[in-house]
Design a protein around this ligand. Structure first.
Ligand code: GLY
Ligand code: MN
Ligand code: MN
Length: 432
């Protein structure tokens, strides 16, 4: 079962309302159907914030939530003729009952109805900057409402993203179950493809196998475009062409995760296509693995969410120095950020409904501190580009290791432990 109980969404709305200023209103838009080319469209994916507060998965919808806790849904009118083409639609009456909103209206009437509904409110919240077309509509509705009554205080428009993001940081038990499942599907898929990977397979072959395993194991969609990067293409962080041959002796870096019940997983493994790490590949891999393990240990309730970043910088710098890839004292390497030649992204990100979950890392200038049931990816990497000032034998090696980590009372739990991560485990699996 991928759908959460409707009561969960209703309870979230009540919690959000209790965090809103008195006499305020929050407006949230669904995602839109996006054109791919001519008259074909991308698969519809509901906006994560809208889904978080409604459970409603249709496009062309708007939620209005008042600080008194009452909610109104604007969505499509039921249309049996259209349903013959596009499938089931709730219609605003049934959607109101099923999803436990207080009122429902036809979305076609929103411009007519909304200004009068928000007139007299002190504050109007929306997720400013996330959807330009919706931002423009909100401004028009506010202007219309303000112009209805000249002698009232104007509505104050405020951004709500930090309040909602802060709430989404702590995962509820039902969310953790879905994320666990998403992680399990991604992890067993990674393991299965690693077991089958062989010299002669291309990046495209591997991509096909990962996507097939995700679906076979119960996930409809990947949570982002997979990265299947053979050889030095691993040094391109957002490489998604996935269309080259992989040479015997090369590593392949695979960053691939899936979605389950709209919740994301996000895993990276780097392995030799021929099943055996070379000396240099193994040496760099061990440095990344040590940094990964140290960064996981830095996930502790009460500690700053930036600690894993600092830990990874220190650990990778020491490892790069030990390999002779960086010179100078550890302090100098850290102070001058010399490690950025080889480690040019951050250690990880919050994970949830979005793969890069839409949650803050600091509030009012203060780092967020880990609390139980937050989930962060840990994904250190070393990328040795052709331009790096090092011996040729290291060039073209790009390695990242990524797991999805739950903060627990005791420390942390790796939600993706099913994929081998140690050098000998990987070699054993691949050499079968
Ligand atoms: N797959 C995107 C990331 O690792 O952040
Ligand atoms: Mn990733
Ligand atoms: Mn990631």
């Amino acid at each position: 079962m991928t759908d959460l109980n409707i009561n969960i969404f209703e309870a979230r709305r009540a919690k959000v309302a209790s965090n809103m200023e008195e006499n305020s209103i929050l407006l949230l838009s669904s995602s839109h159907i996006v054109s791919r080319n001519n008259d074909t469209t991308f698969p519809f994916r509901q906006d994560s914030n809208f889904y978080y507060l409604t459970g409603f998965k249709e496009p062309n919808s708007v939620l209005m939530l008042k600080s008194d806790g009452s909610s109104t849904i604007f969505c499509r009118q039921k249309n049996p003729d259209l349903e013959k083409w596009d499938g089931f639609m709730w219609g605003f009456d049934e959607a109101t009952k099923h999803f436990k909103f207080n009122k429902g209206h036809d979305i076609s009437d929103i411009d007519k109805l909304l200004p009068a509904m928000i007139k007299g409110t002190s504050v109007l919240y929306s997720l400013v900057g996330k959807d330009k077309s919706f931002d423009a509509k909100v401004v028009n509705w506010v202007n219309s409402a303000n112009s209805m009554e000249r002698h009232q205080t104007n509505i104050d428009l405020k951004n709500f993203s930090n309040i909602l993001g802060f709430m989404r940081l702590i995962k509820e038990p039902e969310e953790i179950s879905l994320i666990r499942k998403s992680c399990e599907i991604a992890a067993i898929s990674h393991k299965e493809v690693m077991r089958k990977a062989k010299v002669g397979m291309t990046e495209f072959d591997l991509e096909t196998m990962y996507l097939n395993e995700f679906k076979f194991n119960g996930s409809r969609e990947p949570s982002y475009t997979p990265i299947i990067a053979g050889g030095s293409r691993a040094c391109i962080l957002h490489y998604v062409d996935n269309n080259q041959a992989i040479n015997d002796g090369d590593l392949v870096l695979v960053d691939a995760g899936c979605e389950f019940g709209l919740y994301a997983s996000d895993i990276t493994r780097t392995y030799p296509i021929n099943g055996k790490f070379s000396g240099e590949q193994k040496a760099v891999y061990e440095v990344v693995l040590e940094a990964h393990n140290a960064a996981c240990d830095a996930i502790k309730v009460g500690k700053s969410c930036i600690d894993p970043q600092r830990t990874s910088e220190k650990s990778l710098s020491q490892g790069l120095k030990d390999l002779g890839l960086l010179n100078g004292s550890l302090d100098e390497i850290l102070d001058k950020e010399l490690y950025k030649e080889f480690y040019y992204h951050k250690i990880g990100h919050w994970l949830g409904l979005d793969v890069h979950d839409d949650c803050p890392y600091s509030i009012n200038g203060e780092d967020i501190k880990f609390k139980e049931n937050m989930i962060m990816t840990i994904e250190p990497g070393i990328y040795i580009n052709e331009t790096a000032p090092v011996d040729d034998k290291w060039k073209g090696i790009g390695i990242r290791i990524e797991n999805d980590i739950l903060a627990t009372k005791e420390g942390f739990e790796n939600l993706t432990p099913q994929v081998p991560v140690e050098v000998d485990e990987i070699e054993q699996l691949m050499q079968g």
